[in-house]
Design a protein around this ligand. Structure first.
Ligand code: ADP
Ligand code: MG
Length: 398
């Protein structure tokens, strides 16, 4: 789960991470109120969407105008920026061409920035540990830095038994070129970040940029936090921070039925059980010259209701020109899948080709149910046969 910058900052403030003062605003008036309370000097108006690159982003209705993060020199100017941002679509490198509608703003004190650094904490799966990643090249696209200047990125893994150690923090502080009192402040902040990361079951905390101010203070100027969905059960209070406006409606719907669904850009909808088989199915669709419209793992114990829900979610995507169901009936029996597929196909009035490949427990019964349904369902013998049939069917139909 993702949250907004202002929410992440509110959480991090409790862990002694140094931040600037600010407040959230949903309207122009609220934005001006917050600016007034901040003292009305230099204020920054920041669009709150679940995507980075806001500073360099542009509004769809004003492509040559100012970005999603703007500096204002007066309360009135804050109001002007707020009015031109709220309700407008912001397009950034991470939003895709459709952009995201700005519905909330974060009004923050202006900062005298001397240096912009990069800092993040994430789960490095290759070593199975939480790791700190830092770079002197902050404020910009870290992927570009990693690609062009890998030597400018430092990584420090943290031993889960010992936890974060001050010497590890000092090592990074020196690599970032911090000196004097900044080192101690940085180490203290890292301790807070690690505590937040582990206590809140984060999968990522990214501070980009972490800045050194003219006065020599170290401050988190941006904050991104991602939480492990599997741990949300333990954090009911975090669930309240969810902003469904920012999530893909299909993915939200899928989560309700405990389906693992990720929307993609292709034309062949996939319904598969098991993440590995789902990946293999996506690969083989590509191999036969088409693109998957989604990743969808219906899981091991899917019921008829879940299969129906999965079907509806796939069909809601207007790009879907055909569906491939690829199920191995182990825990889930093939006849249950077949019944779900038939029920769903009837209910949604299936209008695109459907290829079903079943294998495993009760496979003959499953195939019989499909055949006797009277619906136009093509059975496939194996994975390659299935991919070939659905790709051909889609090409013929278009
Ligand atoms: P994004 O990463 O989405 O572009 P950031 O919060 O990192 O958004 O802001 C982009 C840039 O705007 C920062 O790199 C920084 O230069 C500037 N900025 C952000 N907040 C402030 C602030 N409070 N005062 C001054 N400049 C800021
Ligand atoms: Mg940023």
């Amino acid at each position: 789960m993702n949250i907004h910058e202002y929410q992440a900052k509110a959480l991090l403030a409790k862990f002694a991470v140094p931040l600037l003062k600010g407040g959230v605003a949903y309207t122009k008036d609220e934005a001006m109120d917050v600016a007034r309370k901040l003292g009305g000097a230099i204020t920054v108006v920041k669009s709150q969407i679940h995507a980075g690159g806001r500073g360099k982003g542009r509004f769809k209705d004003d492509p040559n105008g100012k970005g999603g993060v703007r500096i204002a020199k007066s309360v009135e100017e804050v109001g002007q920026h707020a009015a031109s941002m709220l309700g407008h679509e912001l397009v950034t490198k991470q939003t895709g061409p459709a952009g995201k509608t700005v519905k909330r703003l974060y009004i923050e004190e202006g900062c005298d920035i001397k240096r912009e650094l990069y800092l993040s904490m994430l789960v490095d799966r290759s070593i199975g540990r939480v790791a700190i990643v830092a770079s002197t090249e902050g404020g910009m696209d870290i992927e570009t830095v990693a690609h062009d200047h890998p030597e400018k990125i430092v990584e420090q893994a943290i031993d889960p038994a010992a936890g974060f150690q001050a010497y590890e923090g000092r090592k990074i502080a020196f690599a970032l070129g911090l000196s004097g009192k900044q080192v101690g402040a940085f180490v203290k902040m890292m301790g807070g970040l690690y505590k937040a990361f582990t206590e809140l079951d984060c999968s990522l905390i990214e501070i980009n940029p972490l800045v050194v101010t003219g006065a020599g203070d170290v401050i988190a100027l941006d904050a991104k936090m991602n939480f492990d969905d599997n741990a949300l059960e333990r954090h009911k209070d975090l669930e309240a921070l969810r902003d469904v406006d920012e999530e893909d409606p299909s993915e939200t719907e899928a989560a309700k039925y405990a389906l693992n669904y990720v929307k993609l850009d292709g034309q062949i909808g996939c319904m598969v059980n098991g993440a590995g088989l789902a990946m293999a199915t996506m690969d083989i669709i590509k191999l036969y010259g088409a693109e998957p419209a989604n990743f969808l793992d219906v899981g091991g114990g899917a019921t008829k209701e879940r299969v129906t829900a999965a079907f509806k979610i796939i069909l809601k995507d207007p790009n879907v020109e055909g569906i491939l169901v690829n199920i191995f009936g182990g825990i889930m029996r093939c006849d249950v899948i077949a019944e779900g597929v038939v029920a769903a196909a009837r209910e949604v009035n299936l209008h695109v080709p459907l290829v079903v490949r079943l294998e495993g427990t009760n496979v003959e019964l499953g195939k019989k149910i499909l055949k006797e349904s009277g619906l136009k369902i093509t059975s496939a013998e194996n994975l390659a046969d299935a991919a070939e049939k659905i790709v051909t069917a889609v090409k013929e139909a278009s």
